[in-house]
Every structure is written in structure tokens, then in C-alpha cells.
Design a binder for this molecule. Sequence first.
Ligand SMILES: [Zn+2]
Length: 271
Amino acid sequence: MNSQRADNEGRQFAGPVGPTRWGGFKSPDFSRVDVSSTMVILPIGSTEQHGPHLPVEVDSLLVSEVAHRAAALAPALVLPTLWVSLAEHHMAYAGSLTLDFETLLAFVRCVVRSLKRQGFRRILLLNGHGGNMAALTLVVDKLSAEFELPLATATYWNVAAKDFAAILEGQPNLLHACEAETSMVMFLRPDLVDAQAACTVASAPTGFLQEGGIHRWRDMSHWSRSGVVGTPRLASAMKGERLLEAAASALADQFARGAIWGDEMVKPSPV
Ligand SMILES: [Zn+2]
């Protein structure tokens, strides 16, 4: 059997599995899906400023790509990407859009409820936007109890943190409109990158939000005039390809291990 497949946009992915794009299925096709064991991925992107050199759709573009690449390596169905999420801290910059937390929770709740009604049990919220990390942990904890399903969430650059650290030269992991994001967009859609601006934009210091173990909220404009955090001038398409491959295979490794869906429980027993 041909190990190459194309999604509906015609892009080729190497991998042993069949179609994985939920939106491309016809309704009767779902009767051939083993709903109790098939993982469903909801990619969560964002629409928010990415400095002067990258478009506002970066997070949605990248998380969609990572989700489909991972699903091509380990079987999963990938839902259409949520293109707006929690970007309040970017709202001082033109082009940014945000949900409030309650709306994000309500949206995910409705998607999970719909999936559960069709028998799906393995649901992963794949995050591609830093501003969602704390919220999605909360969403997963809350909805797992509500639906009695072991929901999971992962932010792709955290799953691939070791590989990202080895590939990147100027920063330890993905930041914002940075070496990593610029590289991946350069590989995927070079037409969307203003290479001149990427080389000249001023980058802000990192580590500002979590100092000495204390978290407080700050709007992005408090520490980055350009909207960039990291070093986009170090970006290259070659790094971008390696980052995407690393993210997909780190996720696929986790999926293949299956431990995230393990049902083992330690029964509480008062001594
Ligand atoms: Zn983002």
C-alpha cells in the first residue's frame, strides 16, 4: 500500500496510516472508525500579532501542521483547528482577537460532549498558543470529571522540548514570533514571512512573566515593543523543517506508548 497520503489541500505526508482529517470524512465513513480506541485531536490555534514579520495566523497554521504530521505517524483523527483562543495579552497590537475563558471552556465542552455522544473516548487538546497553557490544563481537569473521560492536553513544543533545545541556537524553546516560529513558517509558507523585518526586529528579554516563582499578569506590550520575544534573525527554513519533524515524532511517540490513556488507578484505601 502506498505510504504517502494527501490531505484535502494536497499536501503529502509520509506515514503508514490512512486518512486522518476529520473534515474530509463523509458521514458513513465514521462507521468504519473504532470509536473506543481512536484518538481525536482538537488542534487549538490562535489569531494574534506575531511581530512585523509574521502573519497573525501563525499559531493556527503551525498547530494544524504538527497535528496532521503526528497523526500521519500514529493513528488519530484531526478535527478542524480552532483559530481563536486566549490572546488578551496581545490585544494592544492590531490584528489580535481573543475569546474569554468561559467561551473557550464552553466551546471545548460542546466538542467533547458531541464526541462522547458518538462513542469517542480518547480526546487530546493539542495546543499551539502559549496563552492557553494554564487554561487548557484547567479545562481538561474540569471536563474530565464532568464527562468521566480521561481528556488530555499537550503544548507541542513542551512535548518536544529536548529536541527543540538541540535545534535552536538563540533560545531554549519556542517563545513568540521567535527563532522557532519564524523557522517553521519559513519552511511551510515562505511567502508569508517578511525576511527583512525578521532580521532587523528588536527582540525583547525573556523570562519576564515568572520571576522568583511568582506569576503576575502583564500585557505583552509591557515588555516587547515589537511584539516579538526571542531571536527571529536566527531562523531558517531548514531549522523549521527539523522542528516540525521533531514535534510530530515526539507526539507520535507519546501516542504510540498509549500511557496517556491508561486506566490504571490506585484505589484509595484509608489505613
Ligand atoms: Zn500565540
